[in-house]
Design a protein around this ligand. Structure first.
Ligand code: 6R9
Length: 655
């Protein structure tokens, strides 16, 4: 297999040039890079001009109090007006904003921009009536239903700061977040459909309210509940209110108030290196400008596109690339409630076929799990409408990239591997579909107007062919402004490592290849040091996944008395009826062949499942606990908390 021998990330030689027709008509052409580099502020001002402002800014970037940067200072706009009303005013009220697809078959709703405007306005009136004012925090804990989008936009319309908590999180996680941001209203639903059945949400809200800090008891004045499944719910008449009782009867006239460009828009919690989640704060003007610009540029958005991002709105990707970016651009998109394989394995492909989706955005973990099922399922659907495919969330293994391009994209579609973070608010690195020849596994280069580099421990840029830390060397519009109520931790986490240079430290390791293109290798805490050699977990995982028997792999560095760290691999095999006798040794030797003896796993374990967060990231920290024989740490953010104990009970094979 030729692929196998070149699948090692850093020796990848495949290139995919943009299709000529797409390149000729592309929204963003090569000249954008030079133009942005010659005057970065003018470039971002032009991007911000794609929005509608009620008052123009006085200053594009205020860096007087770095690293507390401000963008479009003095400008005023309303995010919800930009995402909804202005499209109706421009005569596009009949355009579908959301093709909503419920998990139960035939459960669909098409919502036009005019209808969305009415719903957002009614919800804003109702929420205002409940006493929510500009600056108040509102927690949103909902399934993927249109009301989740409506709730976010209604908050934005009022200047209330939303914090969306992923619907799969526990009541503990919800309570911690409500406590930290001191939300006064919680918006939820009775439940949502997952894997073919109604799964409850409201009980977790009820429990969370009991678990709040004593000081915050009574803080949450109301819980607004959407009826989605019709399942029974416990009801506390003092706080609980049905959404339909107050929203359906509210007026659809609501005048959006202008907000300062730096008005907080939302807080999104994400895990840090300590146990306490970090509340990433995003504000209005710069965030919306960059979310909209990048969505338009990276997906080469056209008027006839049907776009679909499979992320959950409880994750930053759902904020920037379901709600704010696409809607600010007036896009038509699919919003899907359920799981990829319900009621059948081809559900996603069926949705693409039914809605003639043209631009599709998902995560490598999903792609790998489809690869595991084989090509027969997607091959039985008509996916010929697809024009561009996106990937986000973790490095995409070259094998998964090529499978995605060939099997889903029919070998025609550029793949955009978008690197960004909750903190960055929008994409900072990606190939552009009409400009860049993509390399499988590489996020390639910064978007126009953004400056990234790979530097060594001292902050000196590394040369081509060398690795180091990924940094952002100038401020960008959609950057986080601080951590909620924790300015010190903000400075310390992101700005202290390269304080002398004023660089943002992303926490990712990366490498420049011989052409100077950037390959993100994963979190620096995932970089191992085995006998003084720097090895990336991703690199070894890619080698394992290039073996025909392997579906997915996770690699961690476990402490080792001899080598400092040793490679420990957890592997899921593709479905196979045959015996797997001796497979561990075969796989370890495969890594040795692909990368070299230094990368050969010391221990290798075949597992049924890997511990993943709800956004699909493998929790390597927990696998490291298992590998080092420690008590397994906090598992509250896991999709399936039992997985780790199952893995810990198994036996690793020394290879
Ligand atoms: C958007 C999102 C951020 C971390 C980031 C990095 C990893 C995301 C990636 C990628 C390689 C890509 N990551 N996209 N690594 N290539 N295209 O995922 O935000 O949940 O905050 O995660 O995800 O390690 O630092 P978030």
């Amino acid at each position: 297999m030729a692929h196998e021998t070149i699948s090692n990330l850093l020796h990848e030689e495949r290139r995919f040039a943009p299709p000529a027709a797409l390149a000729a008509e592309a929204n963003v052409k090569a000249e954008a890079y030079a133009r942005a580099a010659s005057d970065r502020e003018a470039f971002w001002a032009e991007a911000a001009d794609r929005l509608t402002w009620t008052k123009r800014w006085d200053r594009v970037l205020d860096d007087d109090n770095a690293p507390f940067f401000k963008w479009f200072v003095g400008g005023e706009l309303n995010a919800a007006y930009n995402c909804v009303d202005r499209h109706v005013e421009a005569g596009n009220g009949d355009r579908v904003a959301i093709h909503w697809v419920g998990e139960p078959l035939e459960d669909r709703r098409d919502i036009t921009y005019a209808q969305l405007k009415d719903e957002v306005s009614r919800a804003a009136n109702a929420i205002e009536e409940l006493g929510v004012e500009r600056g108040d925090r509102v927690a949103i804990y909902m399934p993927m239903i249109p009301e989740a989008v409506v709730a976010m936009l209604a908050c934005a319309r009022l200047g209330a700061v939303h914090t969306v908590v992923f619907g799969g999180f526990s009541s503990d996680a919800l309570a911690t977040r409500i406590d930290d941001c001191q939300a006064k209203l919680v918006i939820t639903s009775d439940g949502g459909y997952r894997r073919g059945s109604a799964s409850a949400l409201k009980p977790a809200v009820d429990e969370a309210l009991i678990k709040l800090d004593n000081a915050n008891r009574g803080l949450v004045e109301n819980v607004l509940v959407v009826r989605r499944t019709g399942q029974d719910v416990a009801w506390n008449g003092d706080v609980d209110i049905w959404w339909h009782d107050v929203v359906d009867h509210a007026s659809e006239i609501h005048v959006p108030q202008p907000m300062d460009a730096e008005q907080p828009l939302y807080v999104m919690y994400t895990s840090g290196t300590t146990g306490k989640p970090k509340g990433i704060l995003h504000t209005t003007g710069g965030y919306l400008a960059q979310a909209a610009y990048t969505h338009w540029a990276q997906f080469d958005l056209k008027a006839d596109d049907v776009y679909w991002c499979t992320a959950d709105i409880g994750w930053v990707t759902g904020h920037s690339y379901i709600v704010y970016g696409p809607l600010a651009n007036g896009a038509t998109q699919v919003l899907y409630e359920g799981t990829p394989d319900s009621p059948e394995r081809g559900r996603w492909w069926k949705i693409i076929e039914d809605h003639k989706v043209t631009k599709f955005y998902t995560a490598p973990t999903a792609i790998r799990s489809f690869m595991k099922q084989g090509s027969a399922v997607p091959d039985s659907y008509d996916l010929s409408s697809l024009r561009i495919l996106g990937s986000v969330g973790e490095p995409i293994n070259p094998e998964a990239y090529v499978w995605y391009r060939d099997t889903i994209g029919g070998g025609r579609t550029p793949i955009i591997d978008t690197w960004w973070q909750t903190e960055t608010g929008a994409t900072l690195m990606t190939p552009l579909p009409g400009v860049t020849s993509g390399k499988p596994g590489s996020a390639m280069l910064a978007v126009p107007g953004v400056d990234v580099d790979v530097v060594d421990e001292d902050g000196t840029p590394v040369g081509n062919g060398e690795g180091g830390y990924l940094v952002v060397t100038s401020p960008w519009p959609s950057m986080l402004r601080t951590l909620w109520r924790d300015d010190d931790r903000y400075v310390d986490t992101y700005w202290s490592k390269y304080a002398a240079q004023g660089y943002y430290f992303a926490g990712d390791g990366a490498k420049k290849d011989e052409d100077g293109d950037i390959w993100v290798l994963g979190r620096v805490d995932d970089v191992m040091n085995v006998s003084g050699h720097r090895l990336s977990t991703t690199e070894i995982e890619s080698a394992l996944v290039s073996h025909p028997r392997v579906a997915e792999a996770a690699v961690v560095g476990a402490s080792d008395p001899d080598t400092g760290q040793a490679v420990v691999a957890y592997v899921i095999l593709r479905e196979s009826p045959e015996s797997v006798e001796g497979i561990e040794k075969e796989l370890a030797n495969h890594v040795r062949t692909v990368i070299g003896p230094i990368a050969k796993p010391r221990d290798l374990m075949i597992v049924p499942e890997l511990p993943k967060t709800r956004s699909g990231k493998i929790m390597r920290r927990l696998l490291r606990d298992v590998a080092e024989g420690r008590q397994v740490g906090d598992t509250t953010t896991l999709m399936d908390a039992d997985i780790v104990s199952k893995i810990a009970a198994g036996q690793a094979t020394s290879t």
